[in-house]
Ligand binder design. Structure first.
Ligand code: AMP
Ligand code: MG
Length: 491
């Protein structure tokens, strides 16, 4: 492999600060080259914001980087080591099918990880083939970009290439590589790995690096590690509340899939909920509903407790005091989460100020939605535009009574009805990437090589709060089906 083009021509401006951390944190290795890469989709806007040259990225040399066949100038590819609790069981993991090329320094001087996912075997692959297939990589592209446009912190997708090599899953599938862009890839599981197998000095090195990269505003007179714990808790409380407010189900909230930066990561079995039901689960392996919609805030708190445990040795020389500090920080999570959720729900109902009964108003709406099998997104959309037709819920006496209470609640704030509607329009998306639409786009792409369905879909998803007529058809929930929508891990 050669390093041919200069930074000016390509826009790649990579640093490798993670690779300057202790050697046990990663393994240096190149991606495994593939036989005939082809660019399927490129995120032009994201590329430009990263300072990359779009024309170069579309050229053979540019595509060779996305395929792992060329290493861009300045890159030092590594696979990161991490551990994690998977469905409650602790295990050693690591990048089994990914390499971090380096950190792109953007024109705004941000530092973001550039990672190839599906780039071949690594020492952490266990029995896996190190590869990924086209459908799931496009699925990650669609859903991560939808999350971004919905205003939810997330890793982004820069490009998907096919490799020209098949991968064997249940059937033979086209192999593909996704280029993922992330604030960083440090996971709760990264801290678990260092805490379990590293020294306290190594743990401190990881924590110091994380502080410098993500939380540089720590005051000199503060305990930096307590600050780190509190900030990570705050970011997760924000993130999970945003998931709940749009009906997003991650599906595999293992501790290795929770990043310290507070972005959503690892779009495996995730999906959006149509009909409101807190017990909704899509993942085929989540037999007991551990990661069900209604359980996500609890699982986030559980994961954060595992994070807190890892940094106890850094919190205080007196370990009893350190444990107490960690427990106090964790006990803040439910309050922080609830506060964010309540604020978001008020906005979804056009409410600006706070009244004590707001929570019971919200809860009774959700209970009715559950009872009458109402579509989550479309209920709020209908309330926003006062189009109370079509749904069984809106024909009930219970709803009529609730509506009266809601209207009088709106009347008790100084903001006009018009302002309330504006708030609702900005808080209730016209559409989400509904599962049947995602499947339709993937089927056309993977089975027929027709990417136009996905492109049109991405286009309407690019502004979910536009409420434009062209979005109407995509807002329709799926026809009732006897089969539960199922999603899969390890694809
Ligand atoms: P995930 O369920 O995607 O969060 O992945 C859990 C672990 O399995 C991580 O260590 C991944 O790198 C690894 N993994 C997933 N798929 C593969 C694969 N096809 N080959 C090697 N490792 C994999
Ligand atoms: Mg993962």
């Amino acid at each position: 492999m050669t390093q041919r083009k200069t930074i000016i021509e390509t826009g790649w401006n990579l640093d490798n600060s993670y690779a300057r951390l202790p050697k046990s944190f990663f393994t240096t290795l190149n991606p495994t080259p593939v036989c005939s890469p082809k660019l399927i989709i490129l995120n032009d806007r994201l590329a430009i914001s990263l300072g990359l040259n779009v024309e170069h990225l579309k050229s053979n040399d540019g595509i060779a980087v996305f395929a792992g066949n060329e290493i861009p100038q300045g890159a030092l590819p590594i696979a990161q080591a991490y551990a994690g609790h998977q469905f409650g069981h602790f295990t050693m993991l690591g990048d089994g099918r990914a390499v971090l090329l380096g950190e792109q320094i953007t024109p705004l001087n941000d530092r973001v990880d550039i990672q190839l996912k599906g780039s071949g075997k690594t020492p952490y692959s266990r029995s896996g083939d190190g590869r990924a297939s086209l459908g799931p990589m496009l699925r990650e592209y669609i859903i991560s970009e939808a999350m971004y446009t919905l205003g939810i912190p997330t890793t982004r997708s820069l490009a998907v290439v096919t490799t020209g090599e098949p991968v064997i899953r249940e059937t033979e599938q086209p192999g593909a590589i996704l280029t993922r862009v992330a604030a960083s890839h440090m996971r709760v599981g990264t801290f678990q790995y260092v805490s379990k197998w590293g020294t306290v000095e190594e743990l401190r090195a990881l924590a110091d690096y994380t502080l410098e990269r993500h939380f540089p505003n720590v005051n000199n007179d503060e305990n930096p590690y307590l600050f780190l714990l509190q900030e990570v808790i705050k970011r997760q409380a924000m993130l999970i509340s945003k998931w709940q407010l749009v009906g997003f189900i991650h599906g595999v909230m293992n501790t290795d899939n929770m990043v310290i930066s507070g972005e959503t990561i690892d779009y495996g079995p995730c999906a959006f909920m149509d009909t409101y039901d807190p017990a909704t689960v899509f993942s085929s392996i989540d037999m007991y509903g551990r990661y069900a919609y209604g359980n996500q805030p609890h699982m986030a708190a559980w994961n954060l407790s595992r994070f807190a445990e890892t940094i106890v040795p850094l919190l205080h020389v007196d370990q009893d005091k350190a444990v107490k500090m960690a427990q106090d920080a964790i006990s803040d999570f439910p309050k922080l989460y609830h506060c964010n959720w309540l604020e978001g729900m008020r906005a979804k109902l056009g409410i600006f100020n706070e009244e004590l009964q707001d929570e019971s108003l919200i809860k009774s709406l959700l209970d009715m939605m559950h009872k009458y099998g109402a579509d989550y997104t479309n209920t709020f959309r209908a309330l926003t535009f006062n189009k109370l037709e079509d749904m069984k819920l809106f024909g009930t006496m219970e709803f009529a009574q609730w509506n009266e209470l809601w209207q009088s609640r709106l009347g008790r704030q100084k903001e006009t009805k018009e302002l309330s509607q504006e708030l609702m329009k900005n808080s209730n998306p016209a559409l989400i990437p509904r599962n049947h639409r995602v499947e339709e786009a993937l089927e056309a792409a993977v089975k027929k090589g027709d990417y136009s369905v996905m492109e049109s879909f991405l286009n309407v998803l690019s502004n979910p709060y536009a409420h434009s007529p062209k979005q109407d058809v995509y807002a329709k929930p799926p026809a009732p089906s006897s089969c539960r929508y199922r999603t899969f891990c390890g694809t």
